[in-house]
Design a protein around this ligand. Sequence first.
Ligand code: GLV
Length: 386
Amino acid sequence: MAPVITSIEDLRVLAKRRVPRMFYDYADAGAWTESTYHANEADLARILLRQRVAVDISARTLASTMVGEPVGMPVALAPVGLTGMQRADGEILAARAAAAAGIPFTLSTMSICSIEDLAENTSRPFWFQLYVMRDRDFLGRLLDRAKNVGCSTLMLTLDLQVLGQRHKDVKNGLTTPPRLTFTNLVDIAAKPRWWIGMLGTKRRGFGNIIGHAKGVRDMRTLSSWTAEQFDPTLNWDDVKRIRDRWGGKLILKGILDVEDAELAVASGADALVVSNHGGRQLDGAMSAIAALAPIARAVAGRIEVLMDGGIRSGQDVLRALALGAKGVLIGRAYIYGLAAGGEKGVTQALDIIRKELDVTMALCGLNDVNKADAQVLAGRAQLAVP
Ligand code: GLV
């Protein structure tokens, strides 16, 4: 009998069963001790909601905007590398589920499906996430490619000039596609949904890079590629140059500090994402939710503030909105759905989050998601907020 799914955690458990270990671990991993990864969720869970009663809550709405784009709820799918290794054609499946839910999908530079391929197979314009590479010709071509297929918004990631070490990836010898060692074969053999899907698709390498970056015909490890290609000289002048070169909406992702948030405002970007990369980069950094309120207060009204890191429920979405976010990005929460059940699984994840958000708003006496503020919070138990 198919298991009854009631939470993102249920989808995570299924994902773990259905996806080869190296790819499950890739998603479900933080850097080093994983303290920041776990703090993202734990700090959210400590924020108490304020129960209100006898309020007319019959006219609830979750509709909002993110970076000027109408959204069915203030949630976007975050860029996640190797999404097409969680499930064959994963980026296409997730983008379709996002389009059906009326929310944005963000394609990672390090995706399996290429920009053009995704555009051909989906209808709603998606957002494109950019890593800054040393090869500026390649970088320029990536921007042109995204523009040519009608990407509405560019999301520039600033917190990954070098890759934080994720012990699980090192131990698993993560490669794309996986090396067919004895251990991997035994693991993959036990995940038939996964390998049957993979045999039926041509999308198995880094689609945006192989055949596009000079001299790259084969590229198996994310760690060797980032070490060779990601630009450690990236600075705020580059950000401004990319803003001018792109000419469209720009979101800066990876801001965790008020001073950096001020620099983000000065750069002329449209939005910033308060983020520690899901705890995958600087282990020991504060949780994203702890960083959110001081940043939102400091830049209020001058730049749109989004947030990601640790969102696993509609309740978490409301907590982030209450602390000043205009919307959130979810990564693992939809990846677990994708790995568990493909497009249907992502839809299930989004339905779970939407329903939790709606019911939580109702029980907090809130009708309009855009009016969520500190009034919906009962208190915050000892968050490490500076
Ligand atoms: C980025 O692509 C990551 O692996 O966190």
